[in-house]
Design a protein around this ligand. Structure first.
Ligand SMILES: [Zn+2]
Length: 70
């Protein structure tokens, strides 16, 4: 019985060892976010904002909905 507990403990230990390693590999890949943080100038008021937050219409960037409608 004690032998089985030892085997289970080893299996669980190995299981958690590999589980813990996987999230670290994911954290090392922030490649896509770097591109979206690029700053663009608003066509209407000249305010700089990131591409991910900007409104894009006809290949022009706008900082807000108000500038987009203007
Ligand atoms: Zn603007």
């Amino acid at each position: 019985m004690l032998k089985w507990l030892l085997v289970i403990a080893v299996v669980v230990g190995i299981y958690y060892f590999f589980i813990k390693k996987k999230p670290m590999l994911k954290a090392e890949k922030p490649t896509k976010k770097e591109q979206s943080s690029e700053l663009v100038e608003c066509t209407v008021c000249g305010t700089f904002c990131s591409v991910s937050e900007a409104f894009i219409k006809e290949r022009r960037y706008y900082c807000s909905q108000e500038c987009l409608d203007a």
